[in-house]
Design a protein around this ligand. Structure first.
Ligand code: FES
Ligand SMILES: [Fe+2]
Length: 438
């Protein structure tokens, strides 16, 4: 049976997809398919650790943001004791959405339907006509908001819908080494610089997750204006240089692009580089000192990018950091969430410059952002076409390349940076989740 023949259901197709991935083939239809999306909703987003918020988005007691895991709206709040908690944004009485704002500060949430009131830590504390209507039959303790399990790493708050999920630490499985490059550049860690941009795109979330797992291959073509006009310091001749690293079986990956001759830590102010020498390990500094671009993803759909962008063409540029969440809305449809992250301990001047560079390159109307989504939307549309149902894509780049033996960090590292190695691990992990028994 070909991967396109779904007459016997999705299970045999998944077995074939898994076999194909190991040999360097991925079917086009996975990038726009209702049945695949239904499985992802249940077996992937229902089981994995999914990003909810950065702690700096809710710094004070009562601060909250509303976020989602798949099609579940979730309130992420800091309670009166300063603890972060997450609850399903659904009233326990008849299911109304409790909180309709994206962000705010509230000690309590009152339902707009019949008026039940919950503390931001989830307890049901107010029921209209409690004595008159319910007599003694309603035990308020049992009807608090449904709690979502959360854990944090370096300011990132993740949630899982699976009570049996392993710890976040185990889930990240060593990828913390690379996450620190984004999150621990200064002594105080990272913070968001303003609220996130978000918008809906007719693009499958997986295309973006793959791209940000280290697709250095597209950069000189899709973003060629950046090279030609002097906004981005690399050249087509050397752009393949660097490293691709993934955590086997976990799906987390990073691409580390290298530009020969570029001074270490260029694009950062000296005082921040000094802080990095305290906040990062010698091994992390060794990796980061050679890196121009660091583009990586925490499986399944949270990505990061550090990249230089010149505010004045021809100058070496400012390095900024963006964090992005590819939130799935349906097959071939997603909501893009994009933040600018800055080191807390950096100067205000650097934070503003980095934010400008981020906005020009990867804000909603950013030049790199536009280049990417133009391509991703076309890929998504094509993948949903009838003829595409029988087609596969080649993922054979670097198929037999052995890992580097002297790599200073964890994971499976290869060079050069342009390779499909990370993507085979990404889709292999994805297929493993989808094939798991409930
Ligand atoms: S649905 Fe919330 S109080 Fe009735
Ligand atoms: Fe891109």
């Amino acid at each position: 049976m070909s991967a396109a023949d779904n007459s016997q259901g999705i299970t045999p197709m998944l077995a074939e997809i898994r076999e194909g991935i190991a040999q360097g083939r991925v079917p086009a239809r996975i990038f726009n398919d209702q049945e695949i999306f239904d499985l992802e909703r249940r077996k992937l987003f229902g089981k994995a650790w999914c990003f909810l918020a950065h702690e700096s988005e809710i710094p004070r007691p009562g601060d909250y943001v509303t976020r989602s895991i798949a099609d579940n709206s979730i309130i992420v709040a800091r309670d009166e004791h300063g603890n972060i908690c997450a609850h399903l944004n659904m009233c326990r009485h008849r299911g109304n959405m409790m909180c309709k704002s994206e962000m705010g500060n509230a000690s309590h949430f009152r339902c707009s339907y019949h008026g039940w009131v919950y503390k931001n830590s989830g307890e049901l504390v107010g029921v209209p006509y409690f004595k008159e209507g319910y007599d003694t039959r309603l035990d308020r303790k049992q009807w608090g908001l449904v709690e979502v399990r959360t854990e944090s790493y370096a300011g990132l708050v993740f949630g899982t819908l699976d009570p049996q999920a392993p710890s976040l630490d185990e889930y990240l499985g060593g990828f913390q080494f690379y996450l620190d490059i984004y999150l621990k550049q200064g002594l105080g860690g990272s913070e968001v610089h303003g609220p996130p941009d978000h918008w809906v795109a007719e693009t499958d979330w997986k295309i973006c997750a793959e791209n940000f797992s280290g697709d250095g291959y597209h950069t000189p073509v899709a973003h060629q204006f950046g090279f030609h006009l002097g906004y981005f310091p690399s050249s087509g001749a050397t752009h393949s240089e660097g490293w691709a690293v993934h955590i086997p079986g976990k799906g987390h990956s990073i691409g580390l692009g290298h530009t020969p001759g570029m001074p270490p830590f260029f694009g950062y102010p000296d005082d921040l580089v000094e802080q990095m020498h305290e906040s990062l390990s010698p091994q992390q500094l060794e990796v980061f000192s050679k890196t121009r671009t660091a583009v990586g993803s925490v499986f399944p759909n949270l990505s990061f990018l550090i990249q230089p962008f010149s505010l004045v063409p021809g100058e070496p540029g400012v390095r900024f950091c963006t964090m992005r969440l590819w939130h799935p809305l349906g097959p071939g449809r997603m909501e893009m969430w994009s933040w600018c992250l800055v080191p807390k301990g950096a100067s205000d001047e650097y934070k503003e410059e980095a934010y400008k560079a981020y906005t020009l390159a990867f804000g909603q109307a950013g030049t790199f952002e536009q280049d990417d989504f133009e391509n991703w939307t076309k890929v998504t549309r094509a993948a949903g076409g009838s003829l595409a149902q029988g087609l596969e894509f080649p993922y054979v780049m670097g198929l037999d390349r052995p890992p580097l033996e002297d790599w200073p960090g964890p994971g499976h590292a290869v060079s050069p940076y342009v390779t499909d190695t990370n993507f085979r691990n990404l889709w292999g992990t994805w297929a493993d989740y989808l094939a798991r028994e409930d």
